[in-house]
Design a protein around this ligand. Structure first.
Ligand code: NAP
Length: 258
C-alpha cells in the first residue's frame, strides 16, 4: 500500500498467532501505512512465534501477554499501553475461539460450557476491550473486529461460532452508539473464508473455500491482503463518517441468492 493513511497514529493489534493470521496481514498493512503498533499474544508457547514475526517489522513493537477472558490481563494491557504509547488511535480485535467439538455436526448439541466459551472469547471480549481502550483514545479512535457470514446464515459446521459472531455484530452497533459521542468508531469486517489456524478448526473448511470460488460474483476467494486493506480504510480518517457498520470483504458472496 503506497498511501500513508495511518501516519502518526498508534494502535494495538490482538490476534496474531502466526504469519497466516488476518491480524498479521492487518498489522503489516498498518505498519506500511505509517502506524506505530503494539501487540498481544496468548500463552507462553505463542510468545516466541509472535516475537519472531515482530522482528520482521523495522521498528520494535511492545508485546504484552493477554488472554481476553482475563480482566486482569486486560487491565495490565491498558496500563502497559499508557506507559509505552501514552494514547492510542485504534484497536484491532481479531480473536475468536470455540471448542473443536462445537464446530462440527449438529448445533443442537452445543453444550452450555462450549456456548459460554465461544461467546466469552469471540464476542464479549470486544466489549471488555473497548471499555479498556476508550480512556486511551481521548481524541477519538477506531475499533475494528473480524466477523463472518455465519452470523446471519446457517453455515454448515460454523454452529456456535455463528451465534457468537451474531452477538459480536450486535455488540458493534451498541458500542458504536455508546462510544460515538467520544468520536470513537466501532466497525466489523466480514471476511470471506481464508486459510488460517482458526479456520482449519472448522470441519469441512475447504468445502467452504470451493463454494465461494464457484459462486461469488468475483468467482474467487479473497486474499488476506484485501481484508487488510479494508481494515486500513476503517482505521483511517477516510472512513470518518462510518460507525456501527459490517463491511463485507468476501468477493461479494453474501449478496448471492441462487
Ligand atoms: P488465527 O490466526 O487463528 O487468529 C485467531 C486468534 O485468536 C489467535 O491469535 C488466537 O490465539 C486468538 N485467541 C483465541 N483465544 C484467545 C484468548 N482467549 N485470548 C486471546 N486471544 C485468543 O485465525 P484468523 O482466521 O486470523 O482469525 C482472526 C479473526 O478473523 C477471528 O475473529 C475469526 O473468527 C475471524 N474470521 C476469520 C475468517 C477466516 O476464514 N479465517 C473469516 C472471517 C472472520 P491462540 O492461537 O493462542 O488461541
Amino acid at each position: 500500500m503506497s498511501h500513508r493513511l495511518l501516519e502518526g497514529k498508534k494502535g494495538i493489534v490482538l490476534g496474531v498467532a502466526n504469519k497466516r493470521s488476518i491480524a498479521w496481514a492487518i498489522a503489516k498493512a498498518a505498519h506500511e501505512a505509517g502506524a506505530a503498533l503494539a501487540f498481544t499474544f496468548q500463552g507462553e508457547k505463542l510468545k516466541e512465534k509472535v516475537e519472531d514475526l515482530l522482528k520482521g517489522l523495522p521498528a520494535p513493537c511492545p508485546l504484552y501477554p493477554c488472554d481476553v477472558t482475563s480482566d486482569e490481563d486486560l487491565a495490565l494491557v491498558a496500563e502497559s499501553l499508557r506507559k509505552d504509547l501514552g494514547t492510542i488511535d485504534f484497536l484491532v480485535h481479531s480473536v475468536a475461539f470455540a471448542d473443536r467439538a462445537d464446530l462440527e455436526g449438529s448445533f443442537l448439541n452445543t453444550s452450555r460450557k462450549g456456548y459460554h466459551l465461544a461467546q466469552d472469547v469471540s464476542s464479549y471480549s470486544l466489549t471488555a476491550l473497548a471499555r479498556m481502550a476508550a480512556p486511551l483514545m481521548p481524541s477519538g479512535g477506531s475499533i475494528i473486529t473480524l466477523t463472518y457470514l455465519g452470523s446471519e446464515r446457517a453455515v454448515k459446521n460454523y454452529n456456535v461460532m455463528g451465534v457468537a459472531k451474531a452477538a459480536l455484530e450486535s455488540s458493534v452497533r451498541y458500542l458504536a452508539v455508546d462510544l460515538g459521542p467520544r468520536q470513537i468508531r466501532v466497525n466489523a469486517l466480514s471476511a470471506g473464508p481464508i486459510n488460517t489456524l482458526a479456520a482449519r478448526g472448522i470441519s469441512g473448511f475447504t468445502e467452504i473455500l470451493d463454494v465461494v470460488a464457484q459462486r461469488s460474483p468475483l468467482q474467487r476467494n479473497v486474499e488476506v491482503e484485501e481484508v487488510a486493506h479494508a481494515a486500513i480504510f476503517l482505521l483511517s480518517p477516510l472512513s470518518s463518517g462510518i460507525t456501527g457498520e459490517v463491511l463485507y470483504v468476501d468477493a461479494g458472496y453474501h449478496i448471492v441468492g441462487i
